[in-house]
Design a protein around this ligand. Structure first.
Ligand SMILES: [Zn+2]
Length: 254
């Protein structure tokens, strides 16, 4: 991969424009420019002093739900208040122009939806809703936040009045949600996948690119799929997608 950045961008544009069923797979790296730290990197700010895999796991929630929300709520609020960056916005525009069929994301921040993307598979869940661990009924995440902030912790379901509410995100030890299986099924049609901001270390999501014929990787650090990829760009996603948009504009495609 000795070629320069501009050449790689042009190839990325060509692969995207010539694909029959182009899709994107995004991970934490696409949202760091929106102020959400990658939990797998050494923690910063709010995430510095906790181990989310331990303290925000399913077993932590079962053992001590009040403690789970004491630790989790400020962090969930930080994630929920984030705004899309140019990478999310360009991906939404690509879909609107017919150049992208869908996005599979490992992120729970909902930023693809906020950016206007329509066909989004949130395979680790999201923070728009919560559900009761007893009766299974769903509620808005705002309802949960209001309860905890008004001192009702653990937050209880308003339907059965007994069950503790949990965020609809995949916690450590949780099974994968329906969206994951839907994503895997849709990827069977995908002939070109852009992996963006994911180091592809987290399974089972990391298996998904294996089925796709052509790959492009846009990630700061190496991934296990780099040698299979037709284009590898080690840059921040916001820059790459702003620049890709400019290439497409010059080609008269957008
Ligand atoms: Zn309930």
């Amino acid at each position: 991969m000795g070629e320069g950045y501009q050449e790689k961008l042009r190839r990325l544009a060509e692969l995207l424009l010539s694909a029959n069923y182009p899709m994107a797979l995004t991970g934490a790296g696409i949202s760091t420019e929106s102020g959400i730290p990658d939990f797998r990197s050494p923690g910063t700010g709010l995430w510095e002093k906790i181990d989310p895999f331990k303290e925000l796991s399913r077993s932590a929630l079962m053992r001590n739900p009040a403690r789970f929300y004491e630790i989790g709520l400020p962090r969930f609020r930080q994630i929920r208040s984030a705004e899309p960056n140019p990478a999310h916005l360009v991906l939404a525009e690509l879909e609107a122009h017919g150049y992208l069929k869908g996005i599979v994301t490992q992120n729970i921040d909902g930023l693809h939806i906020k950016a206007g993307s329509k066909n989004v598979f949130e395979v680790h869940g999201h923070l728009r809703t919560c559900s009761c661990m007893r009766c299974g009924k769903e509620d808005s995440f705002d309802f949960l936040v209001d309860l905890v902030e008004s001192g009702v912790n653990p937050p209880l379901c308003r339907f059965c009045q007994e069950g503790v509410l949990r965020p609809n995100v995949v916690l450590f030890h949780d099974p994968m949600p329906r969206a994951f299986y839907d994503a895997a099924e849709t990827l069977q049609y995908c002939d070109f996948l852009m992996v963006i901001g994911s180091s592809l270390q987290v399974y089972p999501v990391a298996y998904l690119p294996a089925r796709v014929e052509k790959l492009a990787i846009i990630n700061i650090s190496p991934t296990p799929y780099d040698s299979k990829a037709l284009v590898v760009i080690r840059e921040k996603a916001g820059k790459v997608f702003s620049d890709l948009w400019e290439v497409l504009r010059q080609k008269g495609k957008v």
